[in-house]
Design a protein around this ligand. Sequence first.
Ligand SMILES: NC(=O)CC[C@H](N)C(=O)O
Length: 308
Amino acid sequence: MDKNNCNILLKNILESNLKNYQKGKVASYIPALNKVEPNLAAVVMVDMTGEVYKAGDWNYKFTIQSISKPIVLALAILELGEEAVFKRVGVEPTGEEFNSINKLVGHPKPFNPMINAGAIAVTSLIRENKSENSFNILLKFFKNLFGNKDLKVDEEVYKSEKMTADRNRSLAYFLKDHRIIKGDVEKSLDLYFKQCSIKVDTVDIARASSVFANRGIDPITGDRIISKKVASIVRSIMLTCGMYDRSGSFAIDVGIPAKSGVSGGILAPVKNRFGIGVFGPSLDNSGNSVVGMNVLKSLSEELNLHML
Ligand SMILES: NC(=O)CC[C@H](N)C(=O)O
């Protein structure tokens, strides 16, 4: 695709969808997230030759939040194998909010790894080894997958979440009581808060997305980061569960696997075509970026990206 034309297309799509930020709200249940300007917006695409197209506030930094969930899922499967991971977490949608406790009662194995309960269970599987603590193992994998050696934790957001995470703490202790989490609960929670607080920009999100789109190979460096099978598992779970209880309507409208985070990012890999990252901090009531979803819908229509 001609680079100039594609950059213009992205700019036009972003501008025509920007006003939708007024239909949502910036997350405030983690107090440090509430400081952002609601009308920031960005879209970045990486194609399978490694070309990068971008528009808007693409270098604005935000915390990755739930977009870390598919990444840690990939790491856990690589470290422990599919069987061990899916013994602790399922692969079915819940139709509930991302931090819901409802479905755990009577069914302590979390429904899927994209909701908080399932993600905390997956994070608890990342164990330290003789030479490295579990956060370093996790961060090293993120740096590799994002092609960015400078990734680090936003300390303010990390502390803010840690101090206000009563819901996540209750989910984790419930999982421990049912032996879904086996180790130290506070350690698993701390690792989860840190993974959610890693600072990224929309280019980082698009690059990580391009690895999933390119079936495990980074299109910019040509390095294999994850196996084809792991890329396929993660894309599949994103399609059915990545947008929480909007996943079904998002699949109909947009037709691209996607994972959102409460700071406003969405990672959306289009197999064999593009890694897409979008950003807009104003959220709908399911916790998904309003501008981000609209931009993805327009892109899907303009570039014929719907998979079904
Ligand atoms: N949907 C999200 O991005 C949620 C992530 C956030 N850190 C939480 O656990 O509540």
